[in-house]
Design a protein around this ligand. Structure first.
Ligand code: NAI
Length: 338
C-alpha cells in the first residue's frame, strides 16, 4: 500500500521534503500540499505532479484519502496542526521544534501518547545522518569509555544572515536556542541518554546589530550540566563565512570523536593559488541531504510496520524545555535548573 501524504509548507525546507517524497520514497505519494504562497502551489502541481493543492491546512486534512501529514510550516503552527491531524486519525511527521511554549507542547504530547496507533515522528534529522549514526554506534559500544564532555557548534552560513534579518523583523523563530540549538540539545540527549540538569547562556549581536531590535540573536552560547555529570558547551550562530558549520565533539574517558570538524562538501581537495582548499557544504539541504531522505523513509517504514518512530513527542518536549531554559538563562543572566 502506498502511503498518501499531505504536506503543509513548501518553503526552504518544505521543498526539500516534498522533492524527497516524490523522488526517493517509492512507498509514499505526495498526494496534497498546503501553502499560502501561490507560486509554491504551482510548483507542486506542475513540477512535482501533486494532485491536490490547498491554501488552507484545515481543508487539506479534510481530504479523506490522506494517510499522513508532513508539517513543515513555521514553528508557531506545529502544535495546532499536529493536534488537528491526530484528531483526523492521520500519522504525523512534524518539523522541529515541537512548539514554542510548554503548555501547548504538553497538551500535544498527551495527545500523541493517547493515539499510539498513529505514528508521530519529529524532524531531528541529524539522528539519521550516517556520520552521527556511526558515532552513536561507537559511543554505545563503549569505544570512548564513559562520556565526560560534549562540544557542539551549529553555525549557519553568513550568506543567509540578510534573509534571516528580514524574516526576524516580521515573524518569530522562537529565538536562537529554540530555532538552532535544539538540534544539539537533542543530539546531547541522544548520545548521553541523560537529561539536562542546569544551563547558563550568553548571546550577542556583534555580527548583526540589526537583530537587537527584533529580540533575536546572531550568536548564542550555553554551558550545561547533565544529570549524569557530562558537561556540554553549545554554540549557535548565523555568521559562518566558510559555509554551514555543524560540528560535534564527544570526549570520553578512553577517547574522543569529532563529527564534521571541517564542514566538508565531499572528498575533493583543491590545490591552487589559495593553497590547499577543502570545499565546504553551503547549507542544511546539502549537508544533511541523505539524512532528510532517511528520516522520512523511517517514518513511512514505521507506518507500514506499525512500529513506534524513533524520535518521539517526549524528545520534542524535553528538547524544547531545555531550549526555553537557555533563553531564560540568557535573558535573566542566571543559571537555570531544570
Ligand atoms: P519558510 O518560511 O521558508 O516556509 C514556510 C512555509 O509554510 C511556506 O511554504 C508558507 O507558505 C507555509 N505557511 C505559512 N503559514 C501557513 C499557513 N497558515 N497555512 C499553510 N501554510 C503556511 O520556513 P522554513 O525555513 O522552511 O521552516 C519551516 C519549519 O521547518 C520551521 O519549523 C523550521 O524550524 C523547520 N526547519 C527545520 C530545519 C532542520 O534542520 N530540520 C531546517 C530549516 C527549517
Amino acid at each position: 500500500m502506498t502511503i498518501k501524504i499531505g504536506q503543509v509548507g513548501l518553503g526552504r525546507l518544505g521543498r526539500v521534503h516534498a522533492e524527497n517524497i516524490v523522488h526517493h520514497l517509492p512507498n509514499a505519494e505526495l498526494y496534497a500540499v498546503a501553502s499560502v504562497v501561490p507560486e509554491e502551489l504551482d510548483y507542486a502541481k506542475h513540477t512535482l505532479g501533486v494532485p491536490y493543492t490547498y491554501t488552507s491546512y484545515s481543508q487539506m486534512i479534510n481530504n479523506d484519502a490522506l494517510d499522513a501529514v508532513v508539517i513543515v510550516s513555521p514553528s508557531g503552527f506545529h502544535t495546532v496542526q499536529i493536534t488537528q491531524a491526530l484528531d483526523k486519525g492521520l500519522h504525523v511527521f512534524s518539523e522541529k521544534p515541537l512548539g514554542l511554549e510548554m503548555t501547548s507542547i504538553q497538551k500535544v504530547v498527551e495527545k500523541i501518547e493517547a493515539t499510539p496507533q498513529q505514528v508521530f515522528q519529529l524532524g531531528f534529522m541529524r539522528r539519521f545522518d550516517d556520520s552521527y549514526r556511526y558515532a552513536k554506534q561507537l559511543v554505545d559500544q563503549g569505544e570512548l569509555g564513559a562520556l565526560t564532555t560534549i562540544r557542539c557548534y551549529g553555525i549557519d552560513p553568513s550568506e543567509g544572515l540578510p534573509s534571516f534579518i528580514k524574516f526576524a523583523k516580521g515573524a518569530a523563530s522562537g529565538g536562537i536556542f529554540l530555532d538552532m540549538s535544539i538540534h544539539d540539545i537533542d543530539l546531547i540527549r541522544w548520545f548521553t541518554q541523560s537529561e539536562f540538569k542546569s544551563v547558563y547562556a550568553l548571546g550577542h549581536n556583534i555580527a548583526a546589530p540589526e537583530l537587537n531590535a527584533c529580540q533575536e540573536l546572531e550568536t548564542g552560547a550555553c554551558l550545561a550540566e547533565l544529570n549524569n555529570g557530562v558537561i556540554a558547551y553549545l554554540l549557535a550562530g548565523r555568521n559562518a563565512h566558510h559555509g554551514y558549520h555543524v560540528e560535534t565533539e564527544l570526549i570520553g574517558t578512553k577517547g574522543m570523536i569529532r563529527i564534521g570538524n571541517a564542514p566538508e562538501k565531499n572528498l575533493v581537495t583543491l590545490y591552487d593559488a589559495n593553497g590547499v582548499v577543502r570545499p565546504t557544504s553551503t547549507h542544511f539541504p546539502e549537508r544533511f541531504k541523505a539524512a532528510f531522505v532517511n528520516e522520512l523513509r523511517a517514518f513511512i517504514d514505521a507506518i507500514k510496520t506499525q512500529a513506534p518512530a524513533s524520535v518521539t513527542g517526549i524528545d520534542g518536549l524535553k528538547s524544547t524545555e531545555v531550549a526555553i531554559a537557555m533563553q531564560q538563562a540568557y535573558e535573566t543572566k542566571s543559571i537555570i535548573q531544570l
